[in-house]
Design a protein around this ligand. Structure first.
Ligand code: C6P
Length: 423
């Protein structure tokens, strides 16, 4: 629903036949078929969590219906089948991230737990008083707070590389902050609040020159772009399944094998041991040393199915469609009087954060929800990012490959209604 007379928007390319093919993927997502108060759902909160395709739901259902068992413990057939599927899922994550070996993939609850594991296991072990941990100003709280906690415990200092008014990292400032005291660098691949794509390969190489170890928070990258940890040469990489079309409660930590070997376990319990006496415990080999207790077997299998699903579509098609959505959405929203887009980096993923003059973002979120449009309003667990831009919160529309130009049209039309309500 482009406003009449807006020729610039009307002339924007909406894609070719390959885009139409991609939009057919909507049929694979049961949740996207619903209407709310008689209006078809427009789901634009994909940076918070993505919807789940039927193939993933079926894989989880199949596990519960046919071969639910504990893994690595049973000699019976169900356990053998469950273990096989669980380990196959690990190999799928390995291939997705381009890791050398499946034992470099640790299943965790999500990006947050992956970062906490590294902060507690690697950080506590290696950081000393006076050492520095370098992060960026655009990090999610999950990539700030664990480092603050470990710095406090060890007497290390947390340093923050600033960004500019577009929400781009100031690479020269980052370089200036790196020094031989920097033991650890933790960076978002893509900012959840701004959409900025950081040049993480370059940033990693710079950090390595100073001898620092690098963790990349890939929570917002894996759903949108191919990731190759060997190309990036990062030491650790984390992501969450639920943001990448898989189930909640599961995610993965990649760590270079040699580093993971040197690290103490994060938690103690079943499966992470090799032998236990009251005098001494020896730990299991990688990755089991870091997977204490019964893991989320169904979740891992679901994640494996999500990776298969993503692989069938292909990141090239996903990135091409999402970039068109981003361009279209940016122009359409920026054309609204009084609307300011927060985060205008040259390299951006399909996230548009914005504020509207005279309207609190929560009111925007609530009113568009009445039109069955789901966006997120708030600080997006990135309060320092909000502080940088001098706003308490933003409204955020974030797109996945199943979104359409019509979804954006409906959002834009509803923002006009919001303005009428507050006029
Ligand atoms: N961002 C958002 O709406 P978990 O909760 O562990 O799955 O992911 C944490 C996390 C870490 N890093 C980044 C860059 C993220 O975007 C997130 C989650 C959601 O933006 C929920 S706050």
């Amino acid at each position: 629903m482009i406003r009449s007379g807006d020729m610039e928007l009307q002339n924007l390319p909406k894609g070719d036949d390959s885009v139409k093919d991609l939009l057919q993927t909507r049929d694979d997502f049961p949740a996207l078929q619903q209407s709310l108060q008689g209006k078809p759902l427009v789901y634009l909160d994909n940076a918070a969590t993505t919807q789940t395709p039927r193939s993933v739901i079926e894989a989880i259902k199949n596990f519960y219906e046919c071969h639910k068992a504990n893994v690595h413990r049973g000699v019976h057939q169900l356990s053998i089948r469950a273990t096989k599927q669980y380990e196959q899922a690990r190999s799928k994550v390995q291939r997705l991230l381009g890791a050398k070996d499946a034992h470099e993939i640790v299943f965790v609850r999500g990006a947050t737990e992956g970062i906490n594991l590294v902060a507690n296991s690697y950080g506590l072990q290696h950081l000393q008083a006076g050492d520095e941990v370098l992060i960026t100003e655009m990090e999610h709280h999950s990539n700030i707070v664990p480092w603050q906690m470990v710095c406090e415990k060890r007497g290390a200092k947390l340093k923050v590389a600033p960004m500019n008014e577009k929400g781009e990292l100031l690479v020269e400032e980052y370089a200036r902050l790196l020094n031989p005291k920097t033991r650890m660098v933790a960076l978002a691949h893509i900012s959840n609040a701004l959409g900025t794509i950081n040049p993480v390969a370059e940033l990693t190489a710079m950090a390595h020159k100073q001898g620092a170890v690098v963790l990349i928070d890939g929570a917002q990258a894996v759903p949108h772009m191919a990731v190759d940890v060997l190309d990036l040469d990062c030491d650790f990489y984390v992501f969450s399944s639920h943001k990448a079309f898989g189930p909640t409660g599961i995610g993965a930590l990649y760590g270079k094998g040699a580093l993971l070997e040197t690290m103490q376990p994060y938690q103690g319990g079943g499966d992470m041991i090799s032998s236990v006496t009251f005098d001494k415990t020896t730990y299991n080999r990688l990755p089991y040393k870091f997977e204490a207790g019964t893991p989320n077997v169904a979740g891992a299998i679901g994640l494996g199915a999500a990776i298969d699903y993503l692989g069938a579509i292909g990141y090239d098609a996903i990135a091409a469609h999402e970039q068109r959505l981003l361009e279209y959405g940016t122009r359409a929203l920026a054309a609204i009087d009084g609307l300011r887009i927060i985060g205008t980096a040259a390299a951006k993923a399909s996230v548009i954060s914005f504020v509207l003059e005279g309207v609190h973002p929560h009111d925007i979120g609530t009113i568009v929800d009445q039109e069955a449009i789901a966006i997120r309003a708030g600080h997006h667990c990135a309060q320092p990012t909000m502080q940088h831009f001098g706003v308490p919160a933003t409204a955020r529309a974030s797109f996945a490959f199943y979104n359409s130009f019509e979804d954006i049209d409906r959002l834009v039309a509803t923002i006009h209604k919001v303005q009428e309500v507050f006029a």
